[in-house]
Design a protein around this ligand. Structure first.
Ligand code: PAF
Length: 306
């Protein structure tokens, strides 16, 4: 049985604990942070394992951020599973878990000054969830600061490629606002039959789960065509998803991985070269799922990590 990570609930205790561990690890050691909202699953275990393997001191934060929820009912319904989360993080060898109360993160209540995600935050998921990404960026910036190393250390934060727009926005925030740290993208963890792991999968019936597999199948179709430098023929991939009666597509596009601007090319006739990202969101029954895969013209096993 693995040991549980040390649980801290305020910024001062987090700073003290990480300083002790970093000092013991020696000068110039690496600090990893993995922000989460809890309800952890094997996808998060993949993130934690990546963080564990390339940093010396590891922190996972668990905080259900009210600023990124539209309806207060959704915020209340969000699963809180601290005990099992701690076990999963302990199994992954995470050193510290930072699980602050709302008053620790927002001591003056709702902040008067917040970050704005701008045009990159308004499309795709942002169109379906107004202000979601502003709230997400605001809390991520706060968590970066709360966990900031107090001694000389290289600072890295880990995010899943599954939430591609969130990842693109965080990269942009770090670049545009000069956060001296590195963002590491961890590839999406999937079941053997291809379903991207998500805390929402638990709400799918058996038939809906089978139907949901069409999302990764359609994305794989595009990955294969890109690898072979063939035209992507996005329309045929969209038609494949549309042929599944339980699935209603919200968006399905091929975009620039950093700006999420749609790639301008003749997708039927021009062989795919370069780099892209295929993004899909769909409702399967009542459950909204998102997925994406990186496309690399003429190359296999693409991993986006810039
Ligand atoms: O992806 C999540 O779980 C959240 O959006 C994050 C990054 C922890 C911010 O609350």
């Amino acid at each position: 049985m693995s040991t549980l990570p040390r649980l801290v609930t305020n910024g001062a205790a987090l700073r003290q604990a990480s300083t002790n561990l970093l000092t013991a690890a020696g000068n110039g050691s690496r600090l990893g942070l993995m922000p989460t909202m809890g309800a952890l699953h094997e996808g998060h275990a993949g993130l934690a394992a990546a963080m564990r393997s390339d940093t010396d001191v590891t922190i996972a934060s668990i905080f259900v951020n009210p600023l990124q929820f539209g309806e207060s009912a959704d915020l209340e319904r969000y699963p809180r599973t601290l005990e099992t989360d701690l076990e999963l993080l302990g199994d992954c060898g995470v050193d510290l878990v930072f699980a602050p109360a709302q008053g620790e993160v927002y001591p003056d209540g709702r902040p008067m000054v917040t970050l704005q995600s701008g045009p990159l935050g308004e499309k795709f998921e942002g169109a379906a969830r107004p202000a979601h990404f502003d709230g997400m960026l605001t809390v991520v910036a706060k968590l970066f600061h709360l966990a900031w190393p107090a001694v000389d250390a290289r600072y890295r934060a880990y995010f899943g490629q599954k939430d591609a727009q969130q990842l693109a926005l965080i990269r942009r925030m770090v670049r545009d606002l000069n956060f001296p740290m590195e963002i590491v993208a961890v590839p999406t963890v999937r079941t053997d039959d291809g379903l991207a792991l998500s805390s929402r999968n638990r709400f799918l019936s058996g038939d809906e789960r089978d139907a949901a597999l069409v999302l990764s199948r359609a994305l794989r179709l595009l990955v294969g065509r890109a690898e072979r430098n063939e035209p992507l023929d996005l329309d045929s991939a969209v038609a494949l998803v549309d042929s599944q009666p339980l699935v209603q597509t919200d968006y399905f596009d091929v975009v620039d991985p950093l700006t999420l601007e749609p790639l301008a090319f003749n997708c039927r006739e021009t062989p795919f070269t370069g780099e892209g990202l295929a993004l899909i969101a769909a409702r399967v029954g009542t459950v909204r799922l998102i997925d994406n895969m990186p496309l690399l013209g003429g190359q296999s096993s693409p991993v986006l990590n810039r």
